[in-house]
Write a protein that binds this ligand. Sequence first.
Ligand SMILES: Nc1ncnc2c1ncn2[C@@H]1O[C@H](COP(=O)(O)OP(=O)(O)OP(=O)(O)O)[C@@H](O)[C@H]1O
Ligand SMILES: [Mg+2]
Length: 466
Amino acid sequence: MAAQAGDLIYDEQRTPLTLGRLLKSGGAGSVFLIKERPLEVAKLYHSNKGGQVYERKVRAMLELRPDLPDVEDKGVRQVQIAWPTGLLRDKAGGFLGFTMPVLDVAATSDLEHVLQERQAREEGLPTALGPKMTLAANLAVMLAALHERQHYVVDLKPLNVRFYRKSLFIAMLDCDGFSIQGKGERFLSEQVTTDYLAAEFQQRGVVAGEEEAQDRFALAVMVFQLLNSGLHPYSGRPNGATLPSDLPGRIAAHLYPYAQGKGETRILPSPVSGHAAFPAELRDMFDRAFASQARRRPAAAEWSSLLLRYARRSNGLLVKCAKDGAHQHFSGLPCAGCARAELLASSARAAQSRARQTTATGTKAARVPRRTRAATPNVAAALTAATPAPATQPIGLGMRVFFAVVGPVLLGWATTWGMAAYRDYLSDKDPGWWLRLGLGFQSGLLLAAVLLFIVCVPVLILSKRP
Ligand SMILES: Nc1ncnc2c1ncn2[C@@H]1O[C@H](COP(=O)(O)OP(=O)(O)OP(=O)(O)O)[C@@H](O)[C@H]1O
Ligand SMILES: [Mg+2]
């Protein structure tokens, strides 16, 4: 029977504990408050899940804790990682789950929300480079501490990483899903997310003994995204060749367009990328992380020492932008925030002027050459997508009415009355006054049609097609 508030459970010393409110139920278990322990919660596995393996796994976690103590921010305790603190059993001694520190989930947000700049602004989350550097550094510190104990997150992605909005410390939940090092036994992690999965694992998945390479890759992707307005390091513009359009396909094909030097020629950087305004040592790290040889990937500890240096305000490696106080940039390098804003503004201007031309002529928007449109930045493409397509009018109403009237008259004349008059005229026979009148009328019409034709054809040819 599923556990519920009020149920009694027991810790390892057989102390009875009362389940409080159900906080949330996930795929693996349900998390409850504990009446007697306000600083802890209980995660109880759903009964049909492999209890024996979980018991050994949680025991291994208790034996090999990462060095990530709670931190204090203005007198408030902040749990960095919801690591198990003890086993939980039923009355008969059967394994139920574990206790862990309670985390103030409401004070945290996931990193995915920071990466979407508009969403971040709407929710009051950090958008400037400084706080994002701090988040990246804190994430690297967290992973370095886990890796030191040979524990790996494996399904590492922005959605699975939370941070305290005020202090920017990282908060990790769901740790029993990590790949855990036990004594002589490894407990694997089953989940992966292909947008964050290294090339060598895209086909065969992550196998035991190779999890660190996966965490190193996913960490580098997240750092790149944090420092580059959410841009994924494998997004870019194909350079002629047909390339996979999905991120996992591009990762598998090593299509990283932001390398220094000669780099990748099959794919070009996204125009909104600020990678050119990164210092060389940071670019070196990314180049190693996304090189085709997995062994070159920087370790989490390497990332943490580099990023902490940039995050520390006293080092002055990040400076406030002189033009826009909301921006920050690397000292001695241009402001990527300004470049991006300028690009967005010019894209918006281009879209506006195209829209204006459309209203003025009806066909102008269709005149943008195909090559120019392909070169339009992603942001601009999104903006122009909102512009309605112009209705095309290849021939005006007046012309259509004219041809509708003249066409049948010409045809009628050619097949009946006019032809007979013309033949009589050619054979020197007097066609009579009414045929002469018809012939004269027809000659006038014919002349007008020829003149119109001479005027209209060049106009039609010169006007641009959609
Ligand atoms: N230590 C904690 N303190 C406060 N709330 C928690 C804690 N651990 C988990 N929760 C809440 O319970 C939810 C489910 O927890 P968790 O992710 O560990 O369960 P799960 O069954 O493994 O879920 P999933 O299927 O998503 O992996 C979390 O999203 C969070 O809202
Ligand atoms: Mg889980």
